[in-house]
Write a protein that binds this ligand. Structure first.
Ligand SMILES: Nc1nc2c(ncn2[C@@H]2O[C@H](COP(=O)(O)OP(=O)(O)OP(=O)(O)O)[C@@H](O)[C@H]2O)c(=O)[nH]1
Ligand SMILES: [Mg+2]
Length: 328
C-alpha cells in the first residue's frame, strides 16, 4: 500500500466497502482511482483497481442481461445510517419524508395512499442519513417483506397522529413489530433474549402538533402514556420542531463524526468519517483503512477530553467532532 495516498482516497474506499450494489461500487472505485497520484509507487495499486473495475462492469452487464427483478422492498443502503418511518395510515409518514428529503412521495387526505416504500436522503449537519417511507402498518394487510425491510433499520420512527387516536396507533404499531420479533432497543435489558429477536432503537414522532392548543394535548398524551419510549412532538404542516427531530435522530443513531487530518495540513471539515459512539482510536484507524489498525502507533487529537493536539494511544475513546491525525 503506497503511503502517500490522500484522505479522499480512503473516504472513497470506505464508500466502496459499504456500497451494496455494483453501480454504487463502480462510482466509488472510479472516485478512488481519480484521487490516486500517478507515479511509479502507485502503479500496482492502480492496476489492481482497474482490474476490479472491469470485473464489476462485467458483473453489471451480466445482471442486466438476466433481467433480474428486484422487489420494491429491497432498497440499497446509503449514507451514514438507515431510518425507517412506520405507523398507522394517514399519520403523516410520507409528509415526513417529503419535509426532510428531496423525495416526492404521494401525500393525501385519504388513508392508504402509500403502497411501496420510498427512500430519500436527509442532511443532518454534514452527514447524510437514509430515510425510508413505508406503506401503513395494519393488521389486515400484513406484508412480510415490509418487516424484512424494517429489520434492516438502524432506527425506527413510529409516527402517530396527535389529532386522531395516538394511543391506539402507537399500541397497534408496537404490537405488530412485536409479532414480528422486532423489539425496541430501549427494552433490551428487560426482554428475554430468545432466538431471532431483533432489538432496534425507536423514536415516537408525535405529528400534527400544529399549535399551542395541540401542545396541551401532547402534554396529556405524554403524561398518560405508559409506554416508556422517547417522544418527539412535531408538526409537518406548520414546520414546528424540525431541528429538534433532526437532533434526536442523530443522537438515537449513536454515531459520531470524526475529521481526519493529514500531518502538517488542515483537516477536511466537510466530510467526516462516521463511526459508532464509544469507538476507540484503533477502531477509527481500521475504518479509515484496514491496514491502518495494524500499523497505527499513536495519534494527535483535537476535541473533547483532550488538550489541543494531545498524543493518545490506541485505546483512547473518541468523541463526536474530534479531529484526528493518525501516525503510522
Ligand atoms: N394538520 C396536519 N396535517 C398533517 C400534518 N402532516 C401531515 N398532515 C396531513 O395528513 C394527511 C396524511 O398525510 P400523509 O403524509 O399522506 O400520511 P401517511 O402516513 O403517509 O398516509 P398513508 O400513506 O396513507 O399511510 C395529509 O392530508 C397531510 O396533509 C400536520 O403536521 N398537521
Ligand atoms: Mg404515505
Amino acid at each position: 500500500m503506497p503511503t502517500n495516498l490522500p484522505p479522499e482516497y480512503f473516504r472513497a474506499e470506505q464508500t466502496f466497502r459499504e456500497a451494496e450494489s455494483s453501480s454504487a461500487k463502480i462510482i466509488a472505485l472510479e472516485e478512488m482511482m481519480s484521487t490516486i497520484p500517478k507515479h511509479k509507487g502507485t502503479d500496482k495499486l492502480r492496476a489492481e483497481l482497474r482490474r476490479k473495475l472491469s470485473r464489476l462492469r462485467e458483473d453489471q452487464q451480466k445482471k442486466k442481461g438476466a433481467g433480474k427483478h428486484e422487489s420494491e422492498f429491497h432498497i440499497e443502503k446509503e449514507g451514514a445510517g438507515r431510518v425507517i418511518i412506520i405507523g398507522a395510515a394517514n399519520v403523516g409518514k410520507s409528509s415526513l419524508l417529503a419535509a426532510f428529503t428531496n423525495a416526492l412521495p404521494a401525500i393525501s387526505e385519504a388513508p392508504f395512499s402509500t403502497w411501496t416504500p420510498l427512500p430519500g436522503m436527509m442532511l443532518i449537519d454534514d452527514i447524510q442519513i437514509q430515510l425510508i417511507d413505508t406503506p401503513p402498518l395494519s393488521k389486515e394487510i400484513v406484508q412480510p417483506e415490509l418487516f424484512d425491510l424494517i429489520r434492516s433499520a438502524d432506527l425506527i420512527l413510529i409516527v402517530v397522529d396527535l389529532q386522531a387516536t395516538p394511543f391506539q396507533q402507537l399500541d397497534a404499531s408496537l404490537k405488530l413489530l412485536n409479532e414480528h420479533k422486532i423489539i425496541p432497543k430501549q427494552r433490551q435489558s428487560t426482554t428475554v433474549d430468545e432466538r431471532r429477536i431483533q432489538f432496534i432503537p425507536i423514536l415516537v414522532v408525535v405529528n400534527k402538533d400544529d399549535n399551542d392548543q395541540c401542545d396541551e394535548d401532547f402534554q396529556v398524551f405524554k403524561d398518560l402514556l405508559e409506554v416508556e419510549l422517547p417522544l418527539v412532538p412535531i408538526s409537518l404542516n406548520s414546520q414546528r420542531n424540525f431541528e429538534n427531530l433532526k437532533k434526536r435522530i442523530f443522537e438515537s443513531l449513536e454515531i459520531i463524526r470524526i475529521y481526519s487530518k493529514p500531518p502538517g495540513k488542515d483537516a477536511d471539515m466537510t466530510k467526516p468519517f462516521v463511526i459508532k459512539k464509544g469507538s476507540t482510536l484503533e477502531e477509527f484507524a481500521g475504518k479509515v483503512h484496514h491496514d491502518f489498525q495494524q500499523k497505527l502507533k499513536t495519534a494527535r487529537v483535537w476535541g473533547r477530553n483532550v488538550y489541543d493536539g494531545q498524543l493518545v494511544g490506541k485505546e483512547h475513546i473518541l468523541h463526536d467532532k474530534d479531529i484526528v491525525e493518525l501516525h503510522l
